[in-house]
Design a protein around this ligand. Structure first.
Ligand code: ADP
Ligand code: ADP
Ligand code: MG
Length: 448
């Protein structure tokens, strides 16, 4: 088993990983920025090292300082969490060169899946259903327009190196293509330092349903069922659940088998997620693979009883999976509400500040993964997600009622949050009936 690891992240996921390590007897080193001296992850690790100023590019994305901290503190491995360097193939490669185990797949797999149009191409060749579209390089605007005419509207322009819902544009009418193409390229350049984009058919009113994969380094690959992630605002997830009420056993088996096939095609190692779009006729398409732990992994943990972060650590320690596909049973239902420091009235803009009062709900089947405490000052430099509230129930109705009870009890002072908005979702008839798709929040709840 690994002895000492560095966690190259912050916030709730860093805390989540430190907790798993402590339970497994693995020593931990946190890194922190100058803005995060008082952060929970800085305080609860065995050791903490400051890696630079507040801005992410100077600290949490500062590869040289992070690798130096890792070597100087004598760590065997780095856990990248999600966001930041988690899908940075160059970073994973440098870890390997420094003889540090990167807790995730090989850098070549990250590189391939990180290039979303390349990943599409590979999957299409392997007979995996992908969203109809164009793979290959688009050299010029003229070429792009030609492809757009061929695919037809509605279509989507997406950043090849994209993530976090950024660099995505929908085109409903070809006359708007030029403007959208140019803005997508600009946003892609600004967010990912890579202005390449690709074009695919826009699937109307789809569901986003994803499968959790676990693969060891001995060619054993299983999946832990699906997560329903259709509740999004501007392509970013807000509330997730497992299982999805849209799937029946037959479709679940079919999609699960394909998810495993995707992982096999790239000789996948460690945990990852295959994201699919499912249309109203239940046709499903591979959208992308996330080669890291996912924000919403807890809902899968709740319904399978498997600690996914511990599995990551065991796999990185070269241990064999001691689970088989037939051992995986989905029990009950789980829901996660992302708790964001946001001003709902003001277009969901981030609302950092000091938490003056805090009362966290608890009770049977309730979990709160977070990094906040009373008196904590949320810095303005990072993502606005400050915690994830997760409930478990025997069935969906119980999980929903429990979540409503928890959101009702949740008291947080000094900052604005999306707690009331989450409550509204849970009260919505269409949500309760399971009648929603990826446009639901934007159309029915944000611009109502
Ligand atoms: P998930 O796919 O795990 O549900 P998200 O897509 O919401 O998660 O991304 C998780 C976190 O990582 C978010 O804070 C998001 O802003 C950030 N993120 C995702 N992809 C990237 C990326 N390519 N570059 C930078 N940050 C990213
Ligand atoms: P990211 O890497 O930013 O997560 P994704 O490719 O996963 O990007 O897309 C993010 C979201 O955008 C999806 O969850 C889905 O809601 C929407 N989306 C992406 N591609 C399509 C498409 N072809 N048709 C309809 N919606 C899409
Ligand atoms: Mg995605």
């Amino acid at each position: 088993m690994l002895k000492k690891i560095l966690i190259a992240n912050r916030g709730e996921i860093a805390v989540r990983i430190i907790r798993a390590c402590r339970e497994l007897g693995i020593e931990t080193v946190s890194i922190y920025s100058e803005a995060d001296k008082e952060a929970l992850h800085t305080q609860i690790a065995d050791y903490s090292v400051c890696v630079g100023p507040a801005q992410s590019k100077d600290s949490y994305l500062n590869i040289i300082n992070i690798l130096s901290a890792c070597v100087l503190t004598g760590c065997d491995a780095i856990h990248p969490g999600f966001g930041f360097l988690s899908e940075n193939a160059k970073f994973a490669k440098m870890c390997e060169e420094c003889n540090i185990k990167f807790i995730g797949p090989d850098y070549k797999t990250i590189e391939l899946m990180g290039d979303k149009s390349k990943a599409r191409e590979v999957m299409k060749k392997a007979n995996i259903p992908v969203v109809p579209g164009y793979e290959g390089d688009i050299e010029s605007y003229e070429k792009a327009y030609e492809i757009a005419c061929e695919i037809g509207t509605p279509l989507m322009i997406k950043a090849s190196s994209g993530g976090g819902g950024k660099g995505i544009r929908i085109v409903k009418d070809l006359k708007d293509f030029k403007l959208n193409y140019e803005t997508a390229k600009k946003e892609a350049k600004a967010c990912f330092g890579d202005d390449r984009v690709y074009i695919e058919k826009y699937i109307e009113n789809p569901r986003h349903i994803e499968f959790q994969i676990i693969a060891d380094e001995h060619k054993n690959i299983i999946h832990l069922g699906e997560r329903e992630c259709s509740l999004q605002i501007n392509n970013q997830k807000v509330l997730e659940e497992a299982p999805s009420i849209f799937l029946d056993e037959k479709l679940r088996k079919k999609m699960g088998d394909i998810a495993i096939k995707v992982a096999k095609v790239v000789d996948y190692k460690n945990v990852g997620t295959i994201e699919f779009l499912v249309d109203k006729n239940k046709n499903f398409y591979f959208m992308e693979m996330n080669t890291r732990i996912q924000v919403e992994h807890p809902v899968t943990e709740m319904v399978t009883g498997i600690d996914i972060v511990k599995e990551q650590l065991k796999i990185a320690s070269n241990m064999k999976l001691n689970l088989k596909q037939e051992d995986i049973k989905i029990n009950g239902h789980s829901i996660e509400c992302r708790i964001n420091a946001q001003d709902i009235e003001n277009n969901f803009t981030p609302s950092p500040g000091t938490i003056t009062e805090l009362s966290i709900p608890s009770g049977f089947g309730v979990r709160f993964d977070s990094s906040i405490y009373s008196g904590y000052e949320i810095p303005p430099y990072y993502d606005s997600m400050i915690g994830k509230l997760i409930t478990y129930g025997e069935n969906r109705e119980e999980a929903i009622n429990k979540m409503k009870r928890c959101l009702f009890e949740f008291a947080i002072g000094g900052i604005k949050t999306n707690i009331d908005f989450q409550y509204e979702i849970l009260e919505n008839e269409d949500f309760i009936n399971g009648d929603f798709n990826t446009s639901f929040l934007n159309e029915k709840m944000v611009r109502k």
